[in-house]
Structures are given as C-alpha cells and as structure tokens.
Design a protein around this ligand. Structure first.
Ligand code: NAP
Length: 360
C-alpha cells in the first residue's frame, strides 16, 4: 500500500514531538510536513526542536531536515500532505479557525486541542467506545460546504484511563449513574516547558485550569448518540471530578468511585468484563490498537505510572484495586499514558479508523 503523506502542526511541542516519534515507520502514514509557530518557521525541524526535544531517541532521520512551516499559513501545507494532525497550543478561537481552514482546504484534521470538541457535528473519538460517531462526518461536511476535509477530535487526555472501563460495564448492561473521579496528572500534560519545576518538585498542585469541567462534560458526548443529524450527549451519567497535577513525567492516574443503577455486577464479573473487552479497533486490527484495551492487574499496588504507562505501545488503560465502596458501589484505580493514548497515539488511532472506514 502506498503510504499517505501526513502533516503535523504544532510539531515542535510535547504532543507534536510524540507524533513525529510515533509515526516513524508507521505502516500507513509518512510525515511529509511539519509546522509550528512563526518563530520556528523556516528552520529545519532538527534546529527548531534543539534544546527542547523531550523524546528518549533523537528526531527521526526523515523528519530532521524538513523545513518547518508556519502553521498559520494553510497554503504551506496544501500539496505537501493529505491529512493533518493538529497539536497546536494557542488561543482557542485561533485554533478553531485554523483547523476549519485546513478542513476547507481538503485536509482532514485530527485534533488534540479542545477548541473544536463541543460542536455536535464533530466526533470526539475514543474508537473503542464511539467509533460509530464518525457517521456524522457527511453532515459536518455538508454544513460547512467542505469536500474532502473534515475535523475529528480527541477528548481530554485524563479521560482515557477510565472511560473504556466505564463503557465496558455499560455495554455489558450495567447502567452507571454517578462517578467521583480524582486524577493525578503528569507534568507532560502541560506541554513544554509546562509547570515550573519549583511548583512541582516536592509538591502537588490541586488545580488544572478547565480540566475538571472537561472531565465532567466530555464523557457525556463520548457516550452520546447520533440523532437528528447531530451528536446528542448522554446526560444520564453524573460526574464530579477533582484534577491534580503531580510530579510524574508521563501517565495520568485516576481514582474512581462509581454507582450503578438497579443492576449491579459482582467484582469478579467486572474483572471478567474488563479482561474480555474488545472493540472496533481490535476487530479492524488497526496498527495502533492495543490487543487488550483494558488490562486488569491483580497486584494490590498497581497500576503505577512508571510500571504501567508503556503497556502495549502505551495505548492501554491499566486498571487495578477494584473493591467495594461504602458510599457508592465500587472503587478502582486506572492509568493511561497521557501523551500517547491521551494525545498523539490516540490521534493516530483515530486517523487509522477513518482510513480503514474509507474516509481518507
Ligand atoms: P506545547 O508543548 O506547548 O506545544 C505547542 C505547539 O504549538 C508548538 O509546536 C508551538 O510551536 C505551537 N504554537 C504555539 N503558538 C503558536 C502560534 N502562534 N502559531 C502556530 N503554532 C504555535 O503543547 P502540547 O502539550 O504539545 O499540546 C498541544 C495541544 O494538545 C494542546 O492543544 C493541548 O491542550 C493538547 N493536548 C495535550 C496533551 C498532553 O499530554 N500534553 C494531551 C492531550 C491534548 P513553537 O515550538 O514554534 O512555539
């Protein structure tokens, strides 16, 4: 199969670097275009990331010599690539406008930013949960007058650890009514240079701007249904979130207390549901799909960021410590890699899904 040329905008940042790293040797996609802010534009990629490259291996040879474009100038991408991975960090309104302009220029956009998440004709995908939301794309194109381009977004990085486990239970017939979630989120989630070291070392910061609101609303869209040519949120699940920044490099952890409806599964049944859970990306055998989207660990002291974040290409949700709850029904701890499953890896999996379904 001839590879598809892809562009990464915001390629010099924390998520963008992960795209560049993860796409090296991808069987379907080739990084042919990189772009960032005007201050990086015109430099070679190697020069633009010098001093701020955060990945363990050096920038891939093929990308090192690419000249960084200005992400604000759509024309620089046209003709060089067939789709865009967007990892921009700038004013929301500007991202919204730019991503629309790329889509208008026939370039499908796979975005990590929150700017376009709240539109009812833009799918916000965790492909194991709501791959059917891509059916809204024809309406999205029609509403905007776009021909080949469209926008697909990823939800907030902290949701990835608990949404697949929760969805697996709902799919098995156990209604979830209420959840209290306390996250412990890695510093890489704030980009680079991110939170100052003097705020993070020997410390926990109990505030991440906008994060609790996103954690409470985005699951309702992910669990929503397409009706009357729009995605209608499922507001039946009530969520209360506490989001904390902790001194961990990669890997967001969440402690979850959950209340079921009338029908309550046993702890053994829950573990079985999680261990057997498999969905569309696994069925389609997508290159970035983990073999098991949920891994349950029996050890009493797991999951842990350092030990579990890289499990199966860093694309799984690792869950542990399932036990009863004296206030709700159950409690558990879960973890996923924020810059891979929660960002670049998740974006790549979305693009693979759309490719496999014939949208690209
Ligand atoms: P980051 O490290 O701060 O990188 C930001 C990128 O945006 C850089 O490439 C930067 O280019 C570019 N940029 C900044 N201002 C620009 C401008 N005026 N015009 C064009 N490009 C500009 O941020 P990040 O952590 O990678 O996050 C990127 C996006 O992903 C954000 O929307 C974030 O909310 C989202 N996200 C992040 C994570 C995570 O775990 N980090 C997870 C999920 C989603 P220069 O290098 O040239 O300044």
């Amino acid at each position: 199969m001839e590879k598809i040329n892809v562009g990464v905008i915001g390629a010099t940042g924390m998520v963008g670097q992960n795209y560049v790293r993860l796409l090296e040797n991808h069987p379907w996609f080739d990084v042919a275009y990189v772009a960032a802010s005007p201050k990086s534009a015109g430099k070679s990629y190697e020069e633009a990331v010098r001093g701020k490259w955060q990945m363990a291996s050096d920038p891939p040879k093929k990308v090192r010599d690419l000249i960084v474009g200005d992400a604000n100038d759509i024309n620089q991408a046209v003709g060089k690539c067939d789709l865009i991975f967007s990892a921009l960090e700038m004013e929301k309104e500007k991202i919204k406008q730019l991503e629309s302009e790329y889509a208008k220029s026939d370039l499908p956009v796979f975005s990590n930013a929150s700017a376009n998440r709240n539109f009812d004709n833009i799918p916000m995908l965790i492909p194991e949960i709501n791959s059917n939301h891509i059916d809204i794309i024809p309406q999205q194109k029609k509403a905007n007058g776009w021909s080949k381009g469209f926008i697909v977004v990823k939800p907030n990085c902290s949701l990835q650890s608990y949404m697949a486990p929760v969805y697996a239970l709902v799919k098995a017939g156990y209604e979830v009514k209420r959840m209290i979630i306390t996250t412990m989120q890695a510093v890489s989630g704030a980009g680079y240079p991110g939170v100052p070291s003097l705020d993070m070392i020997d410390n926990i910061v109990p505030f991440i701007s906008g994060e609790e609101e996103k954690s409470e609303i985005e699951p309702q869209k992910i669990m929503g249904k397409i009706s009357d040519e729009k995605i209608v949120n499922d507001t039946s699940i009530k969520i209360s979130a506490h989001c904390n920044r902790v001194p961990v490099v990669d890997g967001h952890t969440a402690c979850v207390s959950l209340e079921f409806g009338q029908n309550k599964p046993s702890l053994e049944e829950i573990k079985k549901i999680w261990n057997e859970f498999s969905s569309e990306p696994q069925k389609l055998n997508l290159p970035f799909a983990p073999k098991k989207p949920i891994i349950y660990r029996e050890e009493p002291n797991r999951p842990q960021p350092r030990k579990d974040r890289d499990s199966d290409k860093a694309m799984t949700a690792t869950v542990g410590r399932l036990r009863g709850c004296k206030v709700f029904d159950i409690r558990f701890v879960c973890l996923s890699h924020n810059t891979v499953r929660g960002a670049a890896g998740g974006g790549i999996l979305n693009a693979e899904l759309l490719k496999a379904k014939g949208y690209i």
